[in-house]
Structure formats: structure tokens, C-alpha cells
Design a protein around this ligand. Structure first.
Ligand SMILES: [Zn+2]
Length: 647
């Protein structure tokens, strides 16, 4: 998934955001986990863990799951769930097909979080189960005596506060008439709506029967059928093995419009046409990606446009990417988000990180592929801009993050994955691949990538498995161009190598030159040449402004370019950052409207931080109070910590 920095591209993809820690009230309830999990809180960990600690990390070990995956493998889950908007719950059964991997008579241990377990049945009989101690990051282990059976039926319901579900009332949707539900399982939130082995290395198929209010349509990361009747009952199957974090559901007033033979869009009626137009290049992107990296293996590729409170840019749920409406810009300037989520159909969904430490294998490869897809679809100029923006994102995070968080194969033990996410696995990972491409040549590197996707298709791999593979497939084949020590530095050391590539864009150089001349008073506001600027150029122009501008400069810019009314959310955000720092009051009605109307955390977090840092905390709190009912729980968690720093 994707999204983050104020300064960047991020246009992209998704992701998880950089979430901070849980609120204080939750911290007080923290218990030491009962299983073999580390008990340190993230803050303790940050303070004490030296980089060398990473030496004892077990390759491929998932430190964020209680599941005993060496003893049992859950091969399929069949869900039968009622969607209750009044109680904000999913309730029903999950039937697990379990394969025993050894002869030990140990209980099956699953991940759960805030689930109410009503009954567990094996072979038609109720059996014993127990819930262990709750860890604030990991949730609660669920142990079940399944004896020798291979089928377990768990009767359960979710909490109204389930961390992976968001329940929207009609006012929080685009259409304002019907409620909306969506899930966001990455990284470790699937366990808040399904009891399961919630680890990216535990792959499974699933099927589901979902019952909804009759006016609504349910969709999942599975075989959606837009022609199925809106009768309140929907059936799904996902026949390919996926990790748990890719199980996804949404329910709302959804309609469908085809964009191509294999591509289409689901959205609320009021945004459907605009979305289908904005993303009409999706089919071409799909064809282009297949040509270079091998067949698309997931049948259809559809988009789901979420209400504005979706906290991320996008989420690569297989067959149905979840997309923020904030990238519907009217000019296709933000479609790299679609390229990113589509690219995950190869890197991430097909070849998956074995643990969250290995996330860079998902996101670094996907970011690299995104740039390549953008080049094929929109040409070299756009490619260079996307690369340069990514590089700026990377520089910003390298300046901002501790050394230990600048490492691709990051030490995640004892930490909440939501808290650790940054641009590093995305942009540093991508730059690493870009360097290899330039050293061995694009044709050779494309061949390598295509074989890599074939070799590890439908597998979850660790950083170490990747390193063993490239030792044979790259280092041994290109000994003149490539170097093992250099690879190790890219993957295991903080920062960037001094001679790492530095992507640049001529288009941005011209923008920057004009900004400098304008700031020096050598270029009048109405002489700035902005013809054919995309939102990338506008953002570059604004993001490079000094922290303080004069009232006259602000008024001139706004009069000339109407930034306060900007329709593109990226441009509006860049302008509002400047407005907040300079307390430019004419933009404040828009600031409030923006913060209340949009829940994408990439936009919220920098604005709340800027309000706080410029002594406008009371205003930040007032707006937050007005807005938070429409935010996703993750956005509430992160931003309440900013606006209530003392609590
Ligand atoms: Zn991603």
C-alpha cells in the first residue's frame, strides 16, 4: 500500500502510513504477551536497541504473529458473516481447513484481536478453547484443542472498534444516503475481523457468504461479479493462495463500470463516471506490465473507490485494489497510485514478504515497477519526474529517521508495524533495483525480474531467501558489474552509499529556477511560466518555498494562481502547509474543510503537526474534534497523539 510524506509523490501507493504509537490510555492496559513474543514497547525498543541486535534475528521468523505455523497450516477459510451496520459488527462463522504438519498434540494457536468468540466446534462438537493475554500490538492468541481433526468452525463476532474495519455513517460517504464498511488488514489487522494465522508467510485460499442490507453491494478481494443481483447475499471465492493481510471486504452503495476487458471500477454512483475516466489507462497499464514482467495471474483487475475517510492512498487487495478518491484529480496526474497497486499484483501479492521486516521486498520492487509502468504509459518526462519525487521523499525520510529505521531489512521486533512504516522500504528499495538495472542493462534486469516473479510465484520469501537467489542469479552472472559487499550495504546498512544513483528531472529544475528568481524579487508573480504544469510541478514549486513568506507574497501567489481553491488535493495540501506555517487566514476556511472532509493520513498528519509546531494547537484540537468522527481509527490514533501531546 502506500502513502506518506508531505513533500512527495507519494502519490503513490499505499500504504500504511507512518502511524505513531497507541494512545496513552491504551498503553496503560498493555500486558506482557503470554507467548514467545517480545514484551518491549516500541518506545523502549527505540531507546535501547543498538543496530547490532539485528544479528540474532531469525530469517523468515514472523515476530508479529502468535500462530504456531510450524505445527499447523490453515489452507482455506470459509466465512459466513452478517454485516450489521447498527451494531457495527460482522458476526457468523469462520470454518478453517487445517493441515497438521507434525505428530505433536499441541493446540492450534491463531491470532485474534478484540473478537468475541461464542463457540468453537470440531467435527460438529463444541471443543475447548482459550484466549491468552492481550498484547497492545499483537492482539490475543486463541488456542483451540482440535485433536486430529482438519476442520474447525469458529462462531464469533467482531468489536465495533475492530482495528481493521471502518464503519461509516451515510454522512461520511460521497452519496450521503447509505452507510459504508471497508476493511484494511495490512499489516496485522486481519485478526480483528477473522480468527486466523495472521502472518504474510501463511498463505491460504478463502470463500465467503456475506449478508448485507438489501440496498447495498458487498465486494471482496476475490471473484466479484458486478452482474449479481443486489439481494443482500453475496458469494465469493479466492482460489489462489494469498496471505491474510490481503483478505478484504467493502460494503456500500456501489455500482460498477467497465474500463476494459479485464478492468473496471466500483464506486458510489456520484463518483463512478469521474473515476472511470480518471483511471481509463488501467487496462493499458495492465497490458504493459504483463509484457515486461509476465502474465497477470489474478483474472480480473478492478478498482474500488472508497469514501474520502480512507486513511491510505491505496491498498493492493488482489483483484480489487482499494483506492482513495483524493487521486481523482481530473488530469490523470496522480495515476501512479494505480500503477503502484497494479504492480503489487506481481511484487507483494504474487511474491510476498515473509515477515514485516521483509516489507521492502514488496514495496521496493513495487515502487521500481511503478516508475517503469508510468514510463511505458506516459513517457520519459513523467518517468523522470516520478523518480525525482521518490528520491526527494527518500531524502526527507533519511533526514528524519533514526539509523536503525533506514535499513531495508529493518528490525521490527517488539514494534507495531503501523508505527514503523516510512518511505525507506519503498524508495530506497526501488533505488537499489534502479542501480542494478543501470549496472547490468535494462534488458538483462527485466529478464531477471520476470524469472524472479516466476520462481517465487505464490510464495512468501525472506530477505535472506532473496539474497541467496540473487547470489546465483545476479552476482554469479554479472561479476564484473555487481558486488556482494555493495548489495549487503544496500540491504543491511542505514543511509545511502555515497555514489548511489541520484534521479533528477529537467522539468523540476526549471520550476526550481523560477521559484528562486521569484523569491529573489527578480521575477514577478504574473511572469512565472506555468503552462502545462502538472500537479507534480505545482507541488515542487510550493514545497520548496521557505518556511516564512510575507503576507504580500502569499496574497500575490493566491491572487495569481488561486491556490486556496485548488481542485487537486496534492496541490491544495502543499498550499495549506504554507498557509498554516504563515497563519495565512484567507486559506483557513479551506483548511478546515480539507481536514474535515478528507481522512487520508498522508495529508492529515503533516497539517496537524504544522499547526502544533506553529503554536496553533487550540485550533488543531478544535478542528480535530469536529473531524474525528469521519476518520479511520488509524488516523484518529496517529493524529490525536499530535493534537493532544500531553495526554
Ligand atoms: Zn505498496
Amino acid at each position: 500500500m502506500r502513502s506518506l510524506k508531505p513533500g512527495a509523490t507519494a502519490l503513490i501507493a499505499l500504504g500504511l502510513l507512518s502511524l505513531t504509537l497507541v494512545a496513552c490510555s491504551e498503553n496503560k492496559q498493555a500486558k506482557v504477551p503470554g507467548q514467545a513474543q517480545p514484551a518491549k514497547t516500541a518506545s523502549e525498543d527505540q531507546a535501547t536497541a543498538p543496530l547490532t541486535d539485528a544479528a540474532d534475528i531469525k530469517a523468515g521468523m514472523d515476530y508479529h504473529s502468535y500462530a504456531n505455523m510450524a505445527d499447523y497450516q490453515v489452507n482455506n477459510i470459509d466465512l459466513d458473516l452478517d454485516v450489521d451496520f447498527s451494531r457495527k459488527t460482522l458476526s457468523g462463522t469462520a470454518t478453517l481447513e487445517v493441515e497438521k504438519l507434525n505428530k505433536m498434540l499441541t493446540p492450534l494457536v491463531l491470532d485474534s484481536r478484540a473478537l468475541t468468540i461464542n463457540k468453537v466446534e470440531v467435527d460438529g462438537h463444541a471443543v475447548k478453547y482459550s484466549l491468552g493475554d492481550t498484547d497492545p500490538h499483537l492482539g490475543t492468541p486463541l488456542s483451540i484443542d482440535i485433536n486430529d481433526s482438519s476442520k474447525v468452525v469458529i462462531h464469533y463476532s467482531t468489536s465495533p472498534q475492530a482495528s481493521g474495519l471502518q464503519w461509516l455513517n451515510p454522512a461520511q460517504t460521497a452519496g450521503k444516503q447509505q452507510p459504508f464498511l471497508f476493511s484494511q488488514a495490512q499489516a496485522i489487522h486481519a485478526r480483528s475481523f477473522i480468527p486466523l494465522q495472521d502472518s504474510p508467510k501463511a498463505r491460504l485460499t478463502y470463500s465467503a457468504t456475506i449478508r448485507t442490507p438489501k440496498a447495498l453491494r458487498a465486494v471482496m478481494s476475490a471473484n466479484n461479479d458486478p452482474s449479481s443481483a443486489k439481494d443482500g447475499e453475496y458469494h465469493f471465492t479466492m482460489p489462489q493462495k494469498i496471505p491474510a493481510y490481503l483478505i478484504a471486504i467493502a460494503v456500500g452503495d456501489l455500482e460498477f463500470q467497465a474500463m476494459g476487458e479485464r478492468t473496471g471500477v466500483y464506486a458510489e454512483p456520484s463518483v463512478l463516471a469521474a473515476a472511470a475516466k480518471e483511471f481509463e489507462d488501467t487496462e493499458a497499464m495492465l497490458l504493459a506490465t504483463e509484457k515486461v514482467y509476465g502474465p497477470y495471474r489474478w483474472d480480473r483487475y478492478d478498482l474500488l473507490i472508497l469514501p474520502p475517510s480512507f486513511p491510505f492512498g491505496g491498498m493492493e487487495n488482489p483483484r480489487l485494489s482499494f483506492i482513495t478518491p483524493t487521486v481523482i484529480a481530473g488530469d490523470k496526474s496522480l495515476t501512479s497510485l494505480i500503477a503502484h497497486e497494479l504492480a503489487h499484483s506481481w511484487s507483494g501479492n504474487l511474491v510476498t514478504n515473509a515477515s514485516w521486516r521483509d516489507l521492502w521486498l514488496n514495496e521496493g520492487f513495487t515502487t521500481y515497477l511503478t516508475n517503469r509502468i508510468m514510463q511505458i504509459t506516459y513517457g520519459d518526462r513523467r518517468y523522470k519526474m516520478e523518480m525525482a519525487l521518490g528520491y526527494e521523499d527518500l531524502q526527507a525520510d533519511l533526514a528524519d529517521k533514526d539509523a536503525r529505521d533506514q535499513i531495508l531489512a529493518i528490525d521490527m521486533r517488539g514494534r507495531d508495524p503501523d508505527e514503523v512504516f516510512s518511505n525507506i522500504p519503498y524508495e530506497k528499495g526501488s533505488l537499489f533495483l534502479y542501480e542494478i538495472e543501470h549496472k547490468i542493462g535494462r534488458a538483462n534486469f527485466d529478464k531477471f525480474l520476470r524469472e524472479y516473479f516466476d520462481h517465487f510465484a505464490f510464495k512468501s520469501i525472506s530477505t535472506e531467501a532473496f539474497e541467496a537467489y540473487i547470489a546465483e542469479e545476479l552476482l554469479a552472472k554479472y561479476p564484473q558489474q555487481l558486488d556482494a559487499d555493495r548489495f549487503a550495504q544496500w540491504i543491511h546498512q542505514p543511509g545511502l552509499l555515497a555514489d548511489a544513483p541520484k534521479p533528477q528531472s529537467d522539468a523540476f529544475d526549471k520550476v526550481k529556477a523560477q521559484r528562486i528568481a521569484w523569491l529573489a524579487g527578480k521575477l514577478s508573480t504574473d511572469s512565472i511560466k506555468t503552462a502545462n504544469w502538472s500537479s507534480h510541478e505545482w507541488k515542487t514549486f510550493l514545497d520548496g518555498m521557505p518556511k516564512q513568506l510575507s503576507a504580500k507574497q502569499l496574497a500575490n501567489l493566491d491572487a495569481q494562481f488561486a491556490f486556496t481553491q485548488a481542485g487537486n488535493n496534492e496541490v491544495a495540501h502543499s498550499w495549506l502547509m504554507i498557509a498554516v506555517r504563515n497563519q495565512y487566514q484567507p486559506a483557513y476556511p479551506r483548511l478546515r474543510e480539507f481536514l474535515v472532509g478528507i481522512g487520508r493520513n498522508k495529508f492529515l498528519r503533516p497539517l496537524y503537526r504544522a499547526l502544533k509546531e506553529s503554536d496553533q494547537l487550540a485550533l488543531a484540537q478544535e478542528i480535530f474534534e469536529q473531524a474525528q468522527a469521519g476518520y479511520h481509527p488509524l488516523s484518529v490514533k496517529v493524529n490525536s497523539k499530535i493534537v493532544y501531546p500531553e495526554s
